[in-house]
Ligand binder design. Structure first.
Ligand SMILES: Cc1ncc(COP(=O)(O)O)c(C=O)c1O
Length: 356
C-alpha cells in the first residue's frame, strides 16, 4: 500500500472541511472526499491497492477506454445506522456484476476480493463523509474499471486500472418518496437487442442521454424504454429497472437488453418474504393498463413510484397511485429495503457488510 506524502496534512485539512457539510441539503451530485483507492493490472497481474488523494487520473492518450469504450462502473451505497455503525449494501453482488461486465466487453475482471477490499478501504478512509443516520443521505460508492493500456487497432487493452471513489449524496429526489411522471420513448434505444444493455458500461449511458434530455425538456422525470427489437415489451425506466404490481404480484421484465438491477433482486426477495408473488418475464407494453402500481427501482432512489406514463405517439396516458401517493405495495417494499439498509430491520439475507 502506498500512501501519498500529503496524507497527514490532507487528513487534517479535510477533517475541518467535512464539518462544513450541510448534511440535510446534500445534492445527489459529486462532493470531494479525501481519498480514493486504485489498483493496476500490468504484466498479466493485479498489483497492490494504492491510496490516492488526487481526483485526477493520469491516462495514456491511446487508452482503450477513451477510444473503444472499455469502461465499466458500479454504484452502491454505505449508510450509517442508528447504532452509529456503517453498513455497505450488497457489495458482493456489485463485485459480481462488475466481473460479468468486464467479461462482457473483454476487460480484465477485477477479482471479488480486490473489489471488496477497495470498497471497504475507500469507505473507511472517508468515514467522516458517511452522512449521519436518519436524513435519507448516504455515501455513494463508485467503482470504476477502465482499459488503460494503449491500442490503436480495435482490440482489448493489455493494462487496466480499477479505482473506487466515494461521495456523500442526499436523497435522489428532494421531495422524498413521491410519484413522478415518465414518458414513453420509441425514437431512441439505450441498448441493442444482443448488445451491451445487460452490462454496466458507459456506452449505454451515452446512448441514453439524448432521450433523457428530451424527456427532461418536456417536464418528465425519465423515459420508458421499450424493447429495441419490436417495441412490444417494456425494457427499463431510464437508468432503473421497471416493475408493475397487480393481484399481489410483483412483475418485472425479463430482457437481454436491461441491466440486472441489484435493487430489483432485493425487492424480489423481499416480496418472497412478504408473501407477494414475483413474475420475471417479458412484460407487454399493452399490459400497462392492467397494473395497479408501477415503479422504477435502482440504487439511487430504491423505488421511484410512477404516477403517470405518457405515450406521446398515441396520446395515451396511463395513471397510477392514489391521489398522488405511492401505492401500498411499493410503499411496503420501499420501507422494508430502507430499514435493512439503515439497520432498522434485520438483515435476513446477509446483504449488509459493516465497516468498523
Ligand atoms: C440502466 C440501469 N438499470 C438499472 C439500474 C439499477 O441497478 P441497481 O439496482 O443495481 O442500482 C441502474 C443503476 O445502476 C441502471 O443504470
Amino acid at each position: 500500500m502506498r500512501i501519498n506524502s500529503k496524507y497527514l496534512f490532507l487528513t487534517i485539512t479535510n477533517f475541518c472541511f467535512m464539518y462544513n457539510l450541510d448534511w440535510k441539503n446534500l445534492p445527489f451530485g459529486y462532493v470531494k472526499t479525501n481519498y480514493n483507492v486504485r489498483c493496476y493490472f500490468r504484466n498479466g497481474k493485479w498489483g497492490e491497492l494504492e491510496i490516492s488523494s488526487s481526483e485526477y487520473i493520469n491516462l495514456h492518450m491511446a487508452a482503450t477506454c477513451l477510444h473503444y469504450g472499455q469502461e465499466a462502473f458500479e454504484g452502491l451505497k454505505a449508510f450509517t445506522g442508528k447504532d452509529g455503525r456503517i453498513r455497505i449494501f450488497r457489495c458482493d453482488s456489485n463485485a459480481g456484476r462488475m466481473f460479468d461486465t468486464a467479461r462482457g466487453i473483454i476487460m480484465e475482471p477485477i477479482p471479488h476480493e480486490i473489489f471488496r477490499e477497495a470498497v471497504h478501504r475507500a469507505v473507511k478512509l472517508n468515514k467522516q463523509f458517511v452522512p449521519p443516520y436518519g436524513l435519507g443521505a448516504s455515501l455513494y460508492i463508485r467503482p470504476l474499471l477502465i482499459g488503460s493500456g494503449p491500442e490503436v487497432g480495435v482490440k482489448p487493452a493489455k493494462e487496466y486500472m480499477f479505482m473506487v471513489f466515494v461521495t456523500p449524496v442526499g436523497p435522489y429526489f428532494r421531495d422524498g418518496f413521491k410519484p413522478v411522471d415518465i414518458m414513453v420513448c420509441r425514437g431512441y434505444d439505450r441498448a441493442a437487442p444482443l448488445g451491451t444493455g445487460c452490462y454496466k458500461v458507459g456506452g449505454n449511458y451515452a446512448a441514453s442521454l439524448a432521450s433523457l434530455e428530451l424527456a427532461h425538456n418536456k417536464g418528465f422525470s425519465t423515459t420508458l424504454y421499450l424493447d429495441p427489437k419490436e417495441k412490444k415489451y417494456i425494457d427499463e425506466a431510464g437508468p432503473a429497472n421497471f416493475f408493475g404490481i397487480k393481484n399481489n404480484t410483483f412483475i418485472t421484465p425479463d430482457s437481454k437488453s436491461i441491466l440486472p438491477s441489484i435493487t430489483n433482486l432485493s425487492l424480489q426477495q423481499l416480496c418472497n418474504d412478504l408473501g407477494i408473488k414475483v413474475e420475471k418475464r417479458p412484460v407487454l407494453f399493452d399490459e400497462l393498463e392492467t397494473f395497479e402500481e408501477v415503479g422504477a427501482c435502482g440504487t439511487a432512489a430504491v423505488i421511484t413510484p410512477i404516477r403517470k406514463i405518457v405515450d406521446p405517439d398515441t396520446n395515451r396516458i396511463y395513471e397510477y397511485c392514489c391521489e398522488g401517493q405511492p401505492g401500498p405495495v411499493s410503499t411496503k417494499l420501499y420501507n422494508k429495503l430502507l430499514a435493512i439498509q439503515n439497520g432498522d430491520a434485520a438483515d435476513m439475507h446477509g446483504w449488509v457488510e459493516f465497516v468498523d
